[in-house]
Design a protein around this ligand. Structure first.
Ligand code: FES
Ligand SMILES: [Fe+2]
Length: 391
């Protein structure tokens, strides 16, 4: 964990608070409305962003024991992540090699073997094909050559990152651009998963814009948590990954800040992950994936506890889950669906991101850059932007 980097961010935030300022992008940015509704562009985003960058598919905390797994549809790709008997995370296309059935239903669990629900072929946690039903009658088949198709996987700061296309892909360290060293301070790997829920929403970028936006908090969320929230944000960027903080009130602190104070705010991992810290023991991490077309997305909310769950924590988790469902589904995504409808009419040529909305500006700049970048240039794009940048 890079405590010095966290302290440097905090000093920067306090300096803004003292000066009464926020980060300012050089200009107002115009994003074409078509970028949110165009089907061809949507396909390219899936291909060039979701299908070729390391994505958080699972969390270390839900794959603690050997044999534990998570199966998920990630941007249309069925993925299976397992913890193998040696403790390593593994990832595969969740597709049976016989005739292509989805091997494991979406969800989490523990299993020694995965039996295909169609004809019963069995695979182990290392993806090896172990059983062919009526093997002799089926005919000669090299089982070693018919294991599950492996996907590149790495584990950083409690995130299990998987590239959804088999092959070498971009390595996780290049992709994270040093962000994992600060994200580690959240201690996500040592937390406990206390709840999960799934929410359907609008275009993935309309939805993700909201995760990078404090500007809307007191207005859109006036019925829930908005009235006590400021509408100003500071952004610390590591490549495309951004931490958002509130400008801190008060003068310079004399005491050594606590780890919790150093970690406050919302931490996003490009292109689709958001971790919202909370002063209480429970916090939420959202994984947002594009749906079947430009107008749909799916969000998996996972609720973590910093302390071992007991009856009190479980009760608190239930209340937090109901609250976050209301906030995200009934406020954020309902607004997003209305935006989606209005943009589809062609009413606007472009939408606007203010100089105070540098987080959204940087997000769209990275989306654009990735759509234009061919595979061989991908590492250079991330390496050029290593380290903290300020909008
Ligand atoms: S498709 Fe899996 S066993 Fe036939
Ligand atoms: Fe919101």
């Amino acid at each position: 964990m890079d405590r010095d980097a966290l302290l440097a961010m905090r000093r920067r935030h306090r300096a803004h608070a003292r000066a009464g300022t926020v980060d300012q992008a050089p200009d107002v940015r115009r994003v074409p409305a078509a970028h949110y509704v165009d089907a061809e562009r949507f396909e390219r985003e899936c291909e060039r962003i979701f299908h070729r960058l390391p994505l958080t598919v699972a969390f270390s905390a839900e794959l603690r024991e050997p044999g534990s797994y998570r199966a998920l549809d990630a941007a249309g790709v069925p993925v299976l992540v397992t913890r193998d008997p040696d403790g390593a995370a593994r990832a595969f296309l969740n597709v049976c090699r016989h005739r292509g059935a989805i091997l494991v239903d979406e969800g989490v669990g523990r299993a020694r073997r995965f039996a295909c629900p169609y004809h019963g072929w069995g695979y182990d946690a290392c993806g090896a094909l172990r059983t062919i039903v009526n093997e002799r009658e089926f005919g000669g088949l090299d089982k070693d050559a018919h294991g599950l198709v492996p996907l590149p996987v790495s584990e950083r700061a409690g995130l299990v990152l998987v590239t959804l296309t088999p092959g070498d892909g971009l390595d996780a360290d290049t992709f994270l651009a040093g962000y994992d060293a600060v994200l580690e301070a959240q201690g996500l790997a040592d937390c406990f998963v206390v709840g999960r829920q799934r929410i359907e929403g609008p275009n993935w970028k309309i939805a993700f814009d909201g995760y990078l936006d404090f500007y809307h908090l007191p207005v859109l969320h006036r019925e829930t948590f908005g009235p006590r929230m400021p509408n100003r944000a500071l952004y610390d960027a590591f490549g495309p990954h951004q931490r958002m903080s509130f400008p801190l009130e008060g003068a310079d602190e004399t005491e050594e800040p606590s780890l919790a104070a150093l970690c406050e705010g919302v931490w996003t991992v490009f292109p689709n992950l958001s971790l919202a810290t909370d002063p209480g023991p429970i916090f939420m991490v959202s994984q947002l994936f594009p749906g079947a077309g430009p107008g749909e997305s799916v969000t998996h909310q996972t609720f973590f506890s910093r302390v071992a769950p007991d009856a009190r924590i479980e009760e608190k988790a239930r209340r937090t889950m109901a609250f976050m469902q209301r906030v995200v589904r009934d406020e954020d995504y309902r607004m997003g669906e209305r935006i989606q409808r209005s943009l589809r009419t062609g009413a606007l040529e472009h939408v606007l991101f203010g100089r105070n909305e540098g987080g959204g500006q940087r997000f769209h700049a990275w989306v654009d850059a990735l759509l234009e970048t061919e595979d061989p240039e991908l590492p250079a794009l991330f390496e050029r932007r290593v380290g903290p940048e300020v909008a």
